[in-house]
Design a binder for this molecule. Structure first.
Ligand SMILES: Cc1cc2nc3c(=O)[nH]c(=O)nc-3n(C[C@H](O)[C@H](O)[C@H](O)COP(=O)(O)OP(=O)(O)OC[C@H]3O[C@@H](n4cnc5c(N)ncnc54)[C@H](O)[C@@H]3O)c2cc1C
Length: 382
């Protein structure tokens, strides 16, 4: 059985690792993992990098040198997916699959917000967060605006976490006293799925004199006048603007005919699309759950179990619920945990744990465990 996994992010790496653990190296099993990037950097690490808590070298994991040798990694751009024949065309040639797993994430559509590329920064891509940090390092004071340009977007806590990280940097650089920081979001709460975590964030904002503007989207930036135009029709002046760009499914996935209303639809019990043997996981899927790594992991577990059952000629296993945890730093090293339980039908339950040494330790341990499982050849280096 040849299993071709498109995308080596949270979803793709987790599917590949679970398949290796269950059936890797067995006769007749070939696991191919394709990604256009050379290395993995977790989204949460963008925030730590922005805050100066981690260097890029600490959080960058090159695929070719570190993933399990029972996975064939292909560094290549996927430019066509033929779902009827489970055939994929890439810059490194074509791949036919018995099972195809589409885990290409969400595309950042910076151009959908006029002026963002010219006058602002985004911190959701690796080049974006590098440029954002350089801009912060050169900043001498004024208005800093963090704005969400559209929903849905990856990781509900990320805009608030980035705002607090940016404020930390301004304090370290001694420019906070001559700076006003504002977070503008289209949602009613800073962390939509969790009222408790939202209250903790709002208390931190209050303490740090960060302005919070709910239920306000960013429509465009005027680079000449350096103002952000909101969906409510008013203008917010800025010296520095950090935007969460509009997200959409990757073009190659839309062109494959996998999307309905902009995102991929799957059977949430199996994560299989309407096309037999074609699965989808992660940010490009719409099953009503937020776009976050913890959900991609839970969905990947479902896909891997289905594929293993298929390989062994067994009946698809019945799934239980799966729990994952998102961590949120609210400044001065205080880490909160947002625990999310994912039910096979797509329902979610959210529990918040306030800051404690145990939560801080759990964050570090979870990240390290993931690195050890996904990049086993790297263990000796760290
Ligand atoms: C700033 C930030 C903070 C975050 N914090 C958290 C957090 O604390 N907790 C949490 O759970 N989640 C967090 N997330 C969200 C999390 O990173 C995503 O939800 C998760 O990565 C989704 O996994 P995925 O596999 O769907 O997509 P991704 O991890 O984005 O992987 C998609 C992969 O596909 C590749 N790809 C795309 N198109 C092509 C193509 N045409 N050809 C070849 N390869 C291609 C990409 O290079 C990428 O490696 C955060 C995200 C950001 C941006």
């Amino acid at each position: 059985m040849r299993i071709v996994i498109l995308g080596a992010g949270f979803g793709g790496l987790e599917v590949a690792t679970r398949l290796v653990d269950a059936i890797g190296g067995q006769s007749g099993v070939e696991i191919v993992l394709i990604d256009r990037s050379e290395a993995f950097v977790a989204g949460a690490d963008h925030i730590d990098f922005l805050a100066g808590r981690a260097s890029l070298a600490d959080v960058r994991h090159p695929f070719a040198e570190s993933i399990d040798p029972r996975v064939r990694f292909v560094h290549s751009d996927v430019h066509r997916i033929d779902v009827a024949h489970r055939l994929v065309e890439t810059t490194e040639g074509s791949f036919e699959a018995d099972v195809l797993v589409v885990a290409l994430g969400a595309e950042l559509d910076v151009a959908a917000t006029p002026g963002l590329a010219e006058a602002g920064h985004e911190f959701y891509s690796v080049p974006g967060v590098l440029a954002a940090r350089r801009a912060l390092d050169a900043f001498e004071g004024g208005q800093v605006v963090i704005g969400v340009c559209g929903t849905p977007y990856k990781c509900p806590p990320a805009p608030a976490a980035a705002t607090l990280a940016i404020h930390d940097v301004l304090v370290q650089r001694r420019v906070a006293k001559r700076t006003e920081v504002t977070l503008v979001m289209p949602t009613a709460r800073p962390i939509p799925p969790s009222p408790d975590a939202s209250d903790a964030v709002l208390a931190a904002f209050d303490h740090l004199a960060i302005t919070w503007r709910p239920e306000t989207g960013i429509e465009r930036l005027d680079p000449a006048r350096r103002v952000a135009m909101t969906t409510g029709g008013d203008e917010i002046p800025f010296e520095l603007f950090f935007g969460v760009p509009v997200h959409r499914a990757p073009d190659v996935v839309i062109a494959a005919g996998l999307c309905t209303d902009g995102w991929v639809r799957v059977d949430p019990a199996t994560m299989e699309t309407a096309h037999s043997g074609v699965y989808a996981v992660g940010d490009l899927v719409d099953i009503g759950a937020p776009k976050a790594g913890v959900f991609a992991l839970a969905q990947a577990a479902v896909v891997a179990a289905s594929v293993v059952a298929r390989f062994r000629g067994e009946v698809d296993p019945v799934r239980g619920s799966d729990t994952g945890v998102c961590y949120l730093d609210i400044g001065r090293g205080r880490t909160n945990a947002i625990e999310v339980t994912f039910e096979p039908g797509g329902a979610t339950n959210v529990v918040w744990h306030g800051p404690s040494p145990a939560v801080t330790e759990a964050k570090a341990r979870d990240a390290l465990d993931r690195v050890r499982r996904w990049f086993p050849r790297e263990i000796g280096d760290r």
